[in-house]
Design a protein around this ligand. Structure first.
Ligand code: FE2
Ligand code: FE2
Length: 325
């Protein structure tokens, strides 16, 4: 079996639609500027349109335009919020494919590094078992909220950004970057489940979060073990984790800003082995992308233009004037 596979070699059945991660990568580097966000989405419009054609997401594209994910994902999941039902489905589906990629990340860590200690391999095997259960749990939670596998495009962004061919960097990216993001997203979903009194969701996600804390701990411990007596190597793993954390902040959507759709799960992360200093740094790294207001305004402009395009030249001019007002 081949070692160090490319993200596009990840196997999926015919239900899944793959979307390039180029857009997510660009979003991570954007300034807090409506025009910059709009320009990027306009550039990616053909790719987005092709990736949703014939899927349940096409209705969202038709209604909101190329920035449908911005329109729907950049507000907190809270009872009574705008478009909540669709946003919840998209969130749970995104976590489901994230769990698949976490399973693949851990599986590759076990296979790609044959010379690592037995205990490391046992930890990665344990993680594979956990992630498999998480995939099943989220498959059931998709049922619970009315979504199905393949309803929305999948970007293999998490796998691509978190995997490295150095074992210390691999666990820094997958077990501290990706699993750390999982802690933030799951704590947010538990908060929502508590808010609406959904015991099923609350308990299911709480079980999964408990496992994710263990996976972060694997990362914290193995980064130290793999870089012992080599401060320069340790520094490179920290730099890699910072870069992954920046990309996984989705331009400030996951940050410690009071208006962030997903806040940093400070307590859970401390329990999982992140230091206070690392968390302060994470808050700083993730806090300087576009604000939720900027993203929502960009989504509004893009929607107006999209509806104008669809409705013909007259309304297009009116929509453009309205969007620019
Ligand atoms: Fe997981
Ligand atoms: Fe995990």
């Amino acid at each position: 079996m081949k070692r160090f596979i490319e993200p596009d070699e990840l196997a999926r059945d015919s239900r899944f639609i793959r979307q390039s991660n180029a857009l997510t990568t660009v979003l991570a580097t954007l300034p807090d500027d409506v025009d910059a966000v709009v320009d990027v989405f306009e550039k990616f419009t053909p790719m987005i349109r092709d990736s949703v054609r014939g899927t349940p997401s096409q209705a969202l594209y038709d209604e909101f335009g190329p920035a449908f994910s911005l329109a729907l994902l950049n507000e907190p999941i809270r009872a009574g919020a705008r478009g909540l039902k669709t946003r919840l489905k998209m969130r749970v589906h995104a976590i489901f494919v994230g769990e698949l990629q976490a399973l693949e990340g851990a599986g590759r860590s076990l296979w790609d590094f044959p010379d690592t200690p037995w205990d490391f391999k046992m930890n990665m095997a344990r993680q594979c078992w956990d992630e498999t259960r998480h995939v099943q749990i989220y498959e059931k939670l998709m049922d619970h909220v009315g979504a199905s596998a393949g309803d929305y495009p999948e970007s293999t962004f998490l796998f691509e950004c978190a995997c490295s061919d150095d074992p210390a960097m691999r666990v820094a990216g997958v077990n501290r970057g990706l699993e750390g993001l999982a802690c933030d997203v799951f704590r947010d979903l538990i908060r929502y489940a508590e808010e609406i009194g959904d015991e099923t969701m609350k308990q299911a996600v709480d079980y999964v979060l408990a496992d994710e804390l263990t996976h972060v701990r694997f990362g914290s411990e193995w980064v130290k073990a793999f870089t012992r007596d080599d401060p320069e190597h340790f520094k490179r793993t920290q730099d890699f984790r910072r870069q992954v954390d920046k990309q996984f902040s989705f331009g400030g959507s996951r940050s410690d800003r009071p208006d962030a759709p997903i806040r940093i799960a400070w307590e859970d992360r401390l329990e999982a082995g992140f230091s206070e200093e690392e968390l302060r740094e994470l808050a700083e790294i993730s806090g300087d992308g576009p604000s939720p207001e900027t993203l929502i305004e960009a989504a509004r402009v893009l929607r107006e233009r999209h509806l104008g395009e669809r409705e013909g030249p007259k309304t297009r001019a009116a929509a453009a004037a309205k969007a620019m007002a």
